[in-house]
Design a protein around this ligand. Structure first.
Ligand code: AOF
Ligand code: ZN
Length: 367
């Protein structure tokens, strides 16, 4: 049996279901599952916020007895281990489904092929690796956390059409993009576990780094890369730390009394390795992965962005270009080497572009 166009349609629907809690399931992947028989969808499930229950048992429970003889579409290999929930592979076998159309093998060593193998051993007809590019995109955070000990990183850059992120010193606040692009930014934030920002941006823009969308209440963790622990207690990030979880990563030389002052107002601080006077990005990401984070949204500034791209750590890059030129010199949004790397087809693929009101966007994925 092979995968039919109809299968691909249902598999895409499962991917869309999985995306429902994207940004809220860490440290688990956001998986989607669909139970279908004779062209009728009998059950739909997706990994719940917090990572459990998993997608498959929910879809199978909805289908109930009718799952016997049906096809289960699932965007990632079903788990084979007894973790915080029993193995999904066993639930699938018990449900009596005849066929499983599955995505990529789960790199989690507790599963790593054993989920599919167990289904086959039980006589279920199993297809694997369906739509691998889409599957990798959907589960990139989980895959990178398991295979590279770091979360995936989406880097957002906003620039004027003449290439600046801000005016020169003392003139940094600058509205580059309009409402549509700003709303898109909030949606993107909401699809990540954490929002990461460098101290330059905090001092220059005094951002809030929260999701402000009607109906969205979950706030990603705010992560500030702050070598010397300079975060001003009066900054908007520090002032709001009571309501939104905030983590300051600082270097070993940071003044302990400053760390204490931040801890007192509800900000978590942690020491992190430094390289060339800045928080080492790889070390920072490894720290976040150990905390179970899988998806990080980096918003600044140009220095952090250039380093993420330079070190091969910017997995997706969303570039917003506003309509009003700065018209004078300022802070470049993208360093020359970073721009070259983005334009290099051996390094990045342009996966989407379009307009958002008067602004434009381009979306790249690391090869
Ligand atoms: C699935 N379906 O919907 C998800 C899976 O600690 P546990 O028991 O929740 O297991 C966590 C692991 O399960 C996680 O590392 C990943 O390999 C897998 N996630 N598996 O069958 C799901 N979210
Ligand atoms: Zn599972």
């Amino acid at each position: 049996m092979t995968v039919s166009p109809q299968d691909l349609r249902y598999f895409r629907a499962a991917l869309a279901l999985g995306a429902r809690e994207l940004g809220a399931t860490a440290e688990n992947p956001a998986v989607g599952a669909l139970v279908v028989k004779d062209g009728v969808v009998l059950g739909r499930g997706w990994t719940q916020a917090g990572g459990r229950p998993h997608a498959e048992p929910l879809a199978l429970a909805q289908a109930g007895e009718a799952a016997r003889g049906a096809t289960l579409y699932v965007t990632l290999e079903p788990c084979a281990h007894h973790g915080k929930t029993p193995p999904c592979a066993d639930a699938i076998i018990a449900s009596g489904v005849a066929r499983v159309v599955g995505g990529l093998t789960d790199p989690d060593p507790r599963t790593a092929g054993q989920g599919f193998a167990r289904l086959r051993a039980a006589g279920i007809d199993v297809e694997t690796d369906v739509l691998p590019d889409e599957g990798r995109r959907a589960h990139r955070g989980h895959i990178l956390r398991v295979t590279e000990n770091r979360p995936m990183v989406t880097l957002k850059i906003a620039r004027t059409p003449d290439g600046f992120a801000a005016g020169a010193e003392h003139d940094r606040r600058l509205a580059i993009t309009g409402l549509a692009a700003n709303l898109r930014t909030h949606v993107l934030r909401s699809l990540h576990d954490a929002i990461m920002v460098g101290m330059g941006t905090v001092l220059g823009d005094d951002p809030l780094m929260t999701v402000r969308l009607p109906g969205v209440t979950r706030q990603p963790l705010r992560v500030v890369l702050d070598t010397r622990c300079d975060l001003p207690p009066r900054s908007r990030i520090a002032a709001g730390a009571g309501e939104v979880k905030t983590l300051v990563l600082c270097g070993p030389g940071a003044d302990p009394s400053r760390r204490e002052a931040l801890e007192k107002i509800g900000i978590e601080t942690a020491g992190c390795a430094v390289s060339e006077g800045r928080i080492d990005l790889r070390a920072a990401l490894e720290f976040l992965a150990r905390r179970g984070l899988t998806r990080v949204f980096s918003e600044g500034g140009p220095q952090v962005g250039a380093n993420l791209i330079g070190q091969g750590l910017a997995d997706e890059v969303v570039l917003f270009t506003g309509e009003r030129p700065l018209g004078r010199t300022g802070v470049e949004a993208l360093s020359e080497p970073a721009r070259q790397k983005l334009d290099d087809p051996a390094c990045y693929e342009l996966v989407a572009q379009g307009l958002l009101g008067a602004d434009s966007y381009t979306h790249y994925e690391r090869i």
